[in-house]
Design a protein around this ligand. Sequence first.
Ligand SMILES: Nc1ncnc2c1ncn2[C@@H]1O[C@H](COP(=O)(O)OP(=O)(O)OP(=O)(O)O)[C@@H](O)[C@H]1O
Length: 587
Amino acid sequence: MEVLIVGAGIGGSKLMEAIHGHPEVGIRCVVEVNPKAPGVPLATELGIPVLTDYREAISRYPVDAVLEATGEDAVREELEQLVAPDVAVISGAALRFVVMLVEDKVRLIQALQSRQQLASEVTSLREIQTLLEAIISSTQDAISVVDAEGRGILINPAYTRLTGLRPEQVIGQPANVDIAEGESMHLQVLRTRKPVKNVPLKVGPTKREVLVDVAPILVGSELKGSVGVIHDVSEIKRLTEELNRANHLIRTVQAKYTFEDIIGTSPAIMLAVEQARRAAETPATVLLRGESGTGKELFAHAIHRQSDRQSSPFVRVNCAALSESLLESELFGYEEGAFTGAKRGGKRGLFEEASGGTLFLDEIGEMSPVTQAKLLRALQEREIVRVGGTTPISVDVRLIAATHVNLEQAVAKGRFREDLYYRLNVVPIVIPPLRYRKQDIPKIAMYIVYRHNQTYGRNVEEISSGAINALTEYDWPGNVRELENTIGRAMIHMQFHETILDTHHLPFLQRGDGVPGADLVDTPQLMNSLLTPSSHPQRLSEMVKVVEQTVIRRMLQQTGGNKTEAARKLGISLRSLYYKLGEVDGE
Ligand SMILES: Nc1ncnc2c1ncn2[C@@H]1O[C@H](COP(=O)(O)OP(=O)(O)OP(=O)(O)O)[C@@H](O)[C@H]1O
C-alpha cells in the first residue's frame, strides 16, 4: 500500500516513524510548508521526497491513501475533492487509530523478534546446563549446592557415594541435613559471604571423615547460594597407610650395602671379606659371628648383592626383637583363623616373602626351642607350613644367620639345637671387633664423616690427628656402630663453618677409659659434657637419651656384648633394649 502524508509536524513525523520499516506500507511523499517541522529532516533521512504543495503531490504520486496530519478541516476537505474516488483520506481520530494499529504491529514484531532471541538464548543456556550437569556428575569429588536460604538444590552421584544420602534426602532440605559432627559450612558461607577451605567434618549416617571447601555463589553482588566440594579423608588415610606399608616393604626387600661399603684393610677384616665374597658365589648358608655393631648386617647385605639372587628380595628379621609367637607367625605366616586377631585370608610369612632371595636371620642365638625346631624343618625339607595350616609350601630361600652369642656354649648348655647349629654353621664368618683392628679406625671414621656430611648437609673435610688419636685409643665396645654414633654426635655439635673435626668435639672420649659415665650413672664428666653450652637447643629428653645410651653401652661392655644378659641386669625386656638401641642408633 502506497500513502501520502500531508503535514510533517509532530503527528506526521510520528506517523513516518511508525510506518517506516514496515514493508507493506510505502510512503511515497511528504507534504509540508514549514521547512523547520520535525518531519522534514526525518523524511530526508529516510529518502522520502518532501513537497510543499499537496496538489502537486497528488498529481505526481498516485497513492492508495492520503494521511492528513495537519489537523486542519479545510485541508482535509480540499484533499477529499482532489483525490480519486477510490483513494481514502484519513485524518483526525481515524488517523490516530491507524497510527495505533501500525505501532501495535511494530511492537508485536519486536516482541516476536525478542522471543526468537530468547528462545535461542534458552537453547544455549540448556546446552551449558547439560554440559555442567555432565561435568558435575562425572567428577569424583562430592559436590553439593544450596540456595540463598540454605536449602539443598543440587548434589552429584559422588556426593551420594560418599555420604550415603540420596537426592530426595537432601534436595529442598536445610544445608545441615548431612552433617554428623561439626557446623554446616554452607550456612557459615551464606552468613559471611566468604569461602572456607579444608574444614574437617563428619558427614552422613556413617560419619565419614571429610574435608570441605565451600564458596559463595555471587551474581554481581547478589548472593544466590553456595557450592561445596567434599573430599574423602578416609581415602587419603587409607592411601597413606598403603604407602607406609609399601615403604616398609621396600625397606625390607632392599639390600643397601655392597662389599665396597665395608671399609678396612686390616688382615682380620680382609679375611672376613674374602670369605664372604667366596660364600656369595655359592648358595650355602652363612653364619656371621661377631659382637654387636661389628657389621654383620652389612656383610649380609653385601653377600646378597654379590650373589645371583641380587635381584630378588632380601628380607631381614631380628629374632630377638619379636616374641616367640610373633616370630613364628612372621617367619612362617598363618592361615585364616589361626589365632584371635589373625587377618582374614591369612598372611604370607617372611620365608614366602623372601622366596627366590635371601632371608637374613639376625640374633639367631635368641630363638626359642620351638621356633628352632620349625626352622630346622624348613631348612631340611625346603618347605614350610603356615601357623594353623597343614599344607606344606615349598620355599627357595638362601639363609644368612647372624649371632653375637657363643653358639657352641649355647649348644653345650642345651639352649641351642645341635642339629640346627650344624645346618647353620656351613660357612662361618667371624667379624672381628673394632678394638682388634684399630688400624682401620681412621679410614672408617673418615668414611662415616663423608656419609654424615651427606645426611646432615655438613662439609667436614678432615679429622685432626689429635681426634684420630682419641678415636684410636678408645676400645669401642659398641664397635663400628658406636663409632658412627660418636662421630655423628660430634658433627652435630660442630659449628657450620668448622671443617675439621677436632678433639674438643669429642668430649665424651676425654675420660681415661673413654667411656662416658663409666659407673653407669651420673658422673661429673658426663654431666659436664651434657651441660657444656652449645649452639644447639639442649633438650632434657635428648640428654636423658644420651645418659640412657651411656648406661646401656657400658652395661653391654660389662656383659661382653651379651644383650640378653645386659637387658636382665638393667631390669628391662630384651625387646625394650633393642628398641632403645634402635632409638639411640637412629635405625
Ligand atoms: N667395616 C665397616 N665399614 C663401614 N661401616 C661399617 C663397617 N662395619 C660396620 N659398619 C657400619 O656400622 C653400623 C653397624 O653395623 P651392622 O648393623 O651391620 O652391625 P651388626 O653386627 O649387624 O650389629 P647388631 O649385632 O647390633 O645387629 C652400620 O651402620 C654399618 O654400616
